[in-house]
Design a protein around this ligand. Structure first.
Ligand code: DQQ
Length: 537
C-alpha cells in the first residue's frame, strides 16, 4: 500500500504490529524506563490480552522485550488487564494487575521480577498465593479492575485503589496492606460519584501548590494537594479533579473548582484514554502516559496490521493558580528535532494563510505564539449557554466566519498543498461579562476523503488570562503522520486526534498558519522542526 494509506507514526510509541491499548506499570528503575502495555499478540483488534514490555533510556527510543505478564495460572487465565508498578523499600519493583479468572471474574494479582540483577527485568514471577484481592461482598466482579500504584502511609500501611461501579455510581475502592500480600478493604471508598458509571484506570497522586517539582506517589505532608483521575467507560474520556487527601478519614475530597463528573477537567480533550502517571525519580518529574486509539475503520486496521499508539509522554504538574494541571511533552522528544524554520512578526489577514515552507511536515514539532492584542476589544459575545466546548467547536468549526471576530485562527496540519485537505488546530476568542473566554479546537472533518473514518471535532476551553499576557497565546503541535497532539497556552489545554490524510501518491504534507476571523492576527513567532524517526520497538 502507498505510505499514506498506512499512516504509520514515526516517533510515537507503538508495536511493530497488532493491537495495543492502555499503558501499564510505567516506571523508572535503575536508570531504565519500562513501559508495559495491553497487547494482543495475534491480531490488530482487542483480545488475548497480555502485558507487552519495552525499555528505554529516554522515553522516546524503545527496544522491545518479551511479554512480561501473560495468562498462565487460574487467576489470570482469561487475560492480564491493566495495572501499575510500585517500587517497594529496598528498591524492589512490584506489579499490580487485574487478572481474569476462569469464571471471568476480575481479581487483583501481584508479580515480582524473577531476577533483580537483570537490568531489563525481563521475567516476572506471579506468586502462587494470587489473587491478593478478590471481589468480595457486594463488589461487582465484572467491574473491578486497574489497581493504582500503591502509596505508603505514615501508619505503615500500603494503599491502592481499584476502579469499580455500584449501580451507576463510579467507585474507587480502597485497600490497605502492611506486607503488599494481605489486603483489607476500607470501610468507605476513597472516592465515588453517582451517575458516572464504571471507573476504569483510576490514578491518584500528590502535587505541590508551592513548586512545580514533582512528588513521589507516597509523599505525604501538610499543604499538598492530590489529583484524582478516572477513565469513564460511558464517555470514553478521562476526567480529573484537584482536591485534598483526608488521610484520617481515608477520603479524597475534591476542591470543587470544577465539576466532579463527566463535564469536568480533562488531561486531554481528544482521543486519549486509560492514562497513567508515574514518578520519574531520575529527573524528578511526574510523567503522564495515555493511549490514543485508531479512528480508522476496523477493516483498515486489519489492512494495516496494527492499531493503537501511546501519546508522547508528558510531564505534568499543578498550575501556579492551582486550578488545573499543566502538561508538556518530555524534553527528550526535542532530541528528534532536526531541520528548523522560523517565521517572525507576520500578520495573517482575515481569510488568509501563511505557509510554513522549507521542512517536511508529516513528522514535525511546531511552536507558535500568536498576538491578538490589537483586537481584544472587538471580540464576539460569549453565550453562557455554551457549556460544552466540544459541541461549540463543531458548531463553529474552523471555517465559520459568521460573527467570528478573533479566530478561528491557528494551524492547518497534515494539509494538502492547496490546503483543501487539512486538520485545523485553532483558537477562537469570546467575551463574557468581564473576561475573555478562549476556545481551543481540533477540526479533522476535512482531514481525509477516505471512507469509514471517525472524524470527531474536539474542543476544550483554555483557562488562561489573555489580558495578563498582553494578548499573546501559544500553541504547540506534535505532528506524526496519523496523530496530532496539541498543547494550548503552554499546556493548559491539550487535544489529541488521530487523522488519516490521503494525499495523492508522491505528494507531501503541508503546514499553514490560518486565520478565518474578521480581525487580523499576528504570528509573533513560529518555529517548526522536522522530526527524526525514533527507534520504536
Ligand atoms: N482496558 C483494560 C482494562 C481497562 C480498559 C483491558 C481501559 O483493564 O479497564 O484491556 O481501556
Amino acid at each position: 500500500a502507498p505510505a499514506n494509506i498506512t499512516n504509520r507514526t514515526g516517533y510515537h510509541f507503538q508495536s511493530p504490529k497488532n493491537w495495543i491499548n492502555d499503558p501499564n506499570g510505567p516506571m523508572y528503575y535503575n536508570g531504565i524506563y519500562h513501559l508495559f502495555y495491553q497487547y494482543n499478540p495475534e491480531e490488530p483488534i482487542w483480545g488475548n490480552i497480555v502485558w507487552a514490555h519495552s525499555y528505554s533510556t529516554d522515553m522516546i527510543n524503545w527496544k522491545p522485550l518479551q511479554p512480561a505478564i501473560y495468562p498462565s495460572a487460574p487467576f489470570d487465565i482469561n487475560g492480564c488487564w491493566s495495572g501499575s508498578a510500585t517500587i517497594l523499600p529496598g528498591n524492589k519493583p512490584v506489579i499490580f494487575y487485574t487478572g481474569i479468572d476462569p469464571q471471568n471474574r476480575q481479581v487483583q494479582n501481584i508479580a515480582f521480577p524473577k531476577n533483580l540483577s537483570d537490568p531489563f527485568l525481563r521475567e516476572w514471577v506471579k506468586p502462587h498465593y494470587n489473587p491478593v484481592i478478590n471481589p468480595s461482598g457486594d463488589v461487582n466482579a465484572s467491574a473491578f479492575r486497574d489497581p493504582t500504584t500503591a502509596w505508603y502511609g505514615p501508619d505503615g500501611h500500603w494503599r491502592t485503589v481499584v476502579g469499580s461501579k455500584q449501580g451507576d455510581r463510579g467507585v474507587a475502592i480502597l485497600y490497605r496492606s502492611r506486607d503488599f500480600i494481605n489486603w483489607a478493604v476500607s470501610k468507605n471508598p476513597l472516592h465515588s460519584v453517582e451517575g458516572t458509571g464504571m471507573w476504569e484506570c483510576p490514578d491518584f497522586f500528590p502535587v505541590s501548590p508551592m513548586t512545580t517539582d514533582a512528588l513521589d506517589t507516597s509523599a505525604f505532608r501538610k499543604g499538598l494537594k492530590h489529583v484524582f483521575k478516572v477513565s469513564l467507560d460511558i464517555t470514553r474520556y478521562e476526567y480529573y479533579t484537584i482536591g485534598t487527601y483526608d488521610f484520617v478519614n481515608e477520603r479524597y475530597i475534591p476542591d470543587g473548582l470544577s465539576p466532579d463528573n463527566h463535564t469536568g477537567l480533562r488531561f486531554d480533550y481528544g482521543n486519549f484514554y486509560a492514562s497513567k502517571t508515574f514518578y520519574d525519580d531520575g529527573k524528578r518529574r511526574r510523567i503522564l502516559w495515555g493511549w490514543s486509539n485508531e479512528s480508522d475503520s476496523v477493516l483498515n486496521d486489519w489492512k494495516k496490521g496494527w492499531a493503537g499508539i501511546q501519546a508522547i509522554p508528558r510531564a505534568v504538574w499543578l498550575a501556579g493558580d492551582g486550578r488545573q494541571v499543566v502538561q508538556w511533552p518530555v524534553d527528550e522528544v526535542e532530541s528528534l528535532r532536526h531541520k528548523q524554520v522560523m517565521i517572525n512578526k507576520k500578520t495573517i489577514k482575515s481569510g488568509g494563510v501563511v505557509e510554513v515552507k522549507g521542512i517536511e511536515t508529516e513528522q514535525a514539532d511546531v511552536e507558535v505564539v500568536f498576538d491578538v492584542s490589537s483586537c481584544l476589544d472587538k471580540v464576539e459575545k460569549f453565550d453562557p449557554g455554551w457549556t460544552d466546548p466540544q459541541k461549540l467547536c463543531s458548531l463553529k468549526g474552523a471555517e465559520d466566519q459568521k460573527g467570528a471576530e478573533v479566530g478561528p485562527f491557528g494551524l492547518y496540519v497534515l494539509a494538502s498543498g492547496d490546503g483543501e485537505k487539512r486538520t485545523a488546530v485553532f483558537f477562537r476568542i469570546f467575551k463574557d461579562v468581564n473576561k475573555h473566554v478562549i476556545l481551543m479546537c481540533h477540526d479533522p472533518t476535512k482531514s481525509s476523503k477516505r471512507e469509514g473514518l471517525y472524524k470527531p471535532t474536539y474542543g476544550g476551553f483554555v483557562d488562561y488570562d489573555i489580558n495578563k499576557s498582553a494578548g499573546k497565546i501559544s500553541l504547540r503541535s506534535l505532528i506524526d503522520h496519523s496523530v496530532v497532539e496539541s498543547f494550548g497556552a503552554m499546556g493548559r489545554t491539550c487535544i489529541t486526534s488521530r487523522v488519516y490524510p490521503d494525499f495523492a501518491p508522491g505528494s507531501k504534507a503541508h503546514l499553514f498558519a490560518f486565520n478565518n476571523g474578521n480581525a487580523g492576527v499576528k504570528i509573533l513567532q513560529l518555529k517548526a522542526w522536522e522530526m527524526r524517526k525514533a527507534l520504536v520497538n
